[in-house]
Design a protein around this ligand. Structure first.
Ligand SMILES: Cc1ncc(COP(=O)(O)O)c(C=O)c1O
Length: 374
């Protein structure tokens, strides 16, 4: 059997990782400013993470959600404290799309409505509701095209208010910082007014922090720059540092009913061990603060590059927009300078390194980047 060929691949086989570096099968070392698509939060193969997962799998890898799992409660308690949402509840699943799927379902159970407001260039995943809320017709199959979603321009509060005033919107779903859409930030005032308008119209506000959360923005959640509290927050990627686990943080206004949500694999013992190891390291190594500090340094330095049209982002979630397509720059960075970076569309390079990136490693990147830009 061959693989279903949906990924355009770099001809590189990564076989080993440590901190902010990865190695291919020939032993070539790469600086990782991509973090495997914003997934690596505490760094590749962190010894504490390896130890926790190894011990857990030796003891018990999985049992179903039909029995008590104390590790799940531990994740919920620790995540509540770390994020500032200790009065919320946690539902654990495996992927980001599933997190948004369950968030939208919960919103609809709550207010009985079916309309979704989402934003231009948004990305929320590839499953049925998540993909319907995603502003990319190319990945919405006819079977997913059920006209639930209205896409509105980001940061235009009057347009959003006009839609919400119809009192028929189930949920507004918005990324803490748009990732796939090119590192676009919602304004703080926009988020504040959006919060008020959702409350006034009994609309559920869902913050998708799957890419921008878990310390990446320099705060635990990017929306915390605006000082608002959404009704539901979705997390994935950084929560497991590569182990598939995701979560829905749910405000106390939602009342759980047996059977309303469920999953076979979500919140399994091994996944919880990974999530607990990540929380340990984020706390002990002050990774959110590190992301703020190193991110600020990178943003400042990059703003002095005349070749870049626009530099934007927060913490270690940075977009570099060029006048021209970035494919050649990115390929040179990878094949000549041995640096992994991400991309958004054709003209934006995305930096999503592990949150343990040091100033020295940031400088290493800046030097190699300068070389590529000539
Ligand atoms: C903001 C956002 N939401 C949702 C998802 C979907 O997550 P997953 O690929 O784990 O389903 C992604 C993935 O890139 C994302 O960036």
């Amino acid at each position: 059997m061959k693989l279903f060929d949906v990924y355009p691949l770099f001809n590189i086989n990564i076989v080993k990782g440590e901190g902010c570096y990865v190695w291919d099968e020939t032993g070539t070392k790469y600086l990782d400013l991509y973090g495997g698509h914003a997934v690596i939060s505490i760094g590749h193969s962190h010894p504490h993470y390896v130890d926790m997962i190894t011990k857990q799998v030796a003891q018990l890898g999985f049992y179903s959600n039909s029995v008590i799992n104390k590790l799940q409660q531990e994740v919920a308690t620790r995540l509540g404290v770390l994020s500032g949402y200790d009065d919320y509840s946690l539902f654990l699943i495996n992927t980001g799309a599933e997190a948004n799927e369950n968030a939208l379902k919960l919103a609809s159970f709550h207010n009985g409505r079916t309309r979704i407001i989402s934003f231009s260039k948004s990305f929320h995943g590839r499953t049925s509701l998540a993909v319907e809320a995603t502003d990319n017709p190319k990945i919405i199959a006819p079977i997913n095209n059920n006209a639930h979603t209205t896409y509105l321009p980001l940061n235009d509060i009057e347009v959003v208010k006009a839609e919400l005033s119809m009192n028929d919107v189930c949920a507004v779903i918005i990324e803490g910082i748009q990732g796939v859409g090119g590192i676009k930030l919602p304004d703080n005032d926009f988020l504040k007014e959006l919060r008020e308008a959702c409350t006034a119209t009994n609309t559920v506000l869902i913050l998708d922090e799957i890419q921008s959360g878990y310390g990446r923005s320099g705060k635990f959640f990017a929306h915390q720059y605006a000082g608002i509290k959404p009704d539901i927050i979705t997390v994935a990627k950084g929560i497991g540092n590569g182990f598939p686990i995701a979560g829905v943080l749910i405000s106390p206004i939602f009342k759980p009913v047996y059977g309303m949500l469920g999953t076979t694999f979500g919140g399994n013992h091994l996944a919880c061990a990974a999530a607990l190891a990540v929380i340990d390291v984020i706390e002990k190594d002050h990774l959110t603060e590190n992301a703020a500090q190193v991110g600020q340094y990178l943003l400042q330095q990059l703003k002095s590059f005349p070749q870049i049209k626009d530099v934007r982002g927060r913490g270690l979630m940075i977009g570099l927009e060029f006048e021209e397509p970035v494919k050649e720059i990115r390929n040179k960075l990878l094949y000549e300078e041995k640096v992994f970076t991400g991309v958004s569309g054709t003209n934006v390079i995305r930096l999503l390194p592990p949150l343990c990136l040091s100033i020295e490693q940031a400088d290493e990147f800046l030097q190699r980047f300068k070389k590529v830009l000539g």
